[in-house]
Write a protein that binds this ligand. Structure first.
Ligand code: NDP
Length: 261
């Protein structure tokens, strides 16, 4: 690659022109910001989620580069149909962002098996089903980028979120395992581990718990909560050819919280 242009495509290294990105949970919060940033970098973006209204609003906000499909990642056998639909309308998927997620704040000993499984079904099995549907095409084209949204709970212990912590830690294992299997076939696999980012999910988790909020801020060297776009721009880097030698990493985008004292 020349310093300024990708020698094979003639694009600037951070450009995503010609790419199609499928972003689960793309209608709100971090997923929406990732979609906005990828679209600003030139990608077509297709957002999924269970509720149609947020998806409709998100697409109206992003503009003609965006589309949506209502899809629940926990309905695993629908993954191939989703990918087929998206590829028919928008072209081959070259970027998959496994962002859809649910939170569960509960003491470990009160967390039930059903709750545990629900969190795993969303974060892990849902992501795996989509990867199985999308990766064969990426491998055939020898071009693809798969991105997970991990968490600080992937990196250190946080009380009251045991199922979420287990699922987000499993994300890291998937990134490493998949990166070793798929990278030789042309598909990079990475994760972003966001710090505490202002979204509906973090607002709910923090509600009525000012001590937790203070603790987070006190150990964040940059001294603030993150904005969803802070994650979006990191996604552009990891999915574009600027990040072409990066695979198997879990990149903290966290204002320094993972190294804060
Ligand atoms: P939001 O609640 O705004 O986003 C979650 C998104 O996931 C929603 O759009 C939701 O849409 C979608 N979703 C949930 N379940 C499913 C499902 N079964 N199928 C399809 N879509 C689903 O929160 P965030 O933006 O904060 O969270 C996004 C990701 O970032 C999650 O993986 C979360 O764990 C992670 N994260 C967030 C942090 C934060 O501080 N905010 C920190 C670290 C990680 P719908 O309900 O319509 O299905």
């Amino acid at each position: 690659m020349a310093i300024l242009n990708d020698a094979t495509t003639g694009r600037l290294p951070f450009s995503l022109a010609g790419e199609t990105a499928l972003i689960t949970g793309g209608g709100t919060g971090i997923g929406l910001a990732i979609a906005q940033c990828l679209a600003l970098a030139g990608a077509r973006v297709v957002l999924t989620g269970r509720r149609e209204e947020p998806l409709r609003r998100a697409v109206a906000e992003i503009g003609s580069a965006a589309g949506y499909v209502v899809h629940d990642v926990t309905v695993l056998d629908q993954a191939p149909l989703l990918v087929r639909q998206v590829e028919e309308h928008y072209g081959p998927v070259s970027i998959l962002v496994n962002n859809a997620g649910i939170h569960l704040k509960k003491p470990a000993l009160q967390t039930t098996e059903t709750e545990f499984l629900e969190v795993f079904q969303t974060h892990i099995l849902g992501a795996h089903a989509l990867i199985r549907a999308v990766a064969p095409g990426m491998i055939e084209r020898r071009q693809g980028s798969i991105l997970f949204v991990a968490s600080m709970a992937s990196l250190f212990g946080i009380p009251q979120v045991i199922a979420y912590t287990a699922a987000k830690s499993a994300c890291v294992g998937m990134v490493r395992g998949l990166a070793t299997e798929l990278s030789p076939l042309g598909v990079r696999v990475n994760a972003i581990a966001p710090g505490w980012i202002e979204t509906e999910m973090s607002r709910q988790a923090m509600r009525g718990d000012p001590a937790r909020e203070q603790k987070i801020l006190s150990r964040t060297p940059l001294g603030r909560f993150g904005e969803p776009a802070d994650i979006g721009w990191a996604a552009v880097y990891l999915c574009s050819s600027a990040g072409r030698f990066v695979t198997g990493v879990v990149l903290p985008v966290d204002g320094g919280v993972s190294i804060g004292f």
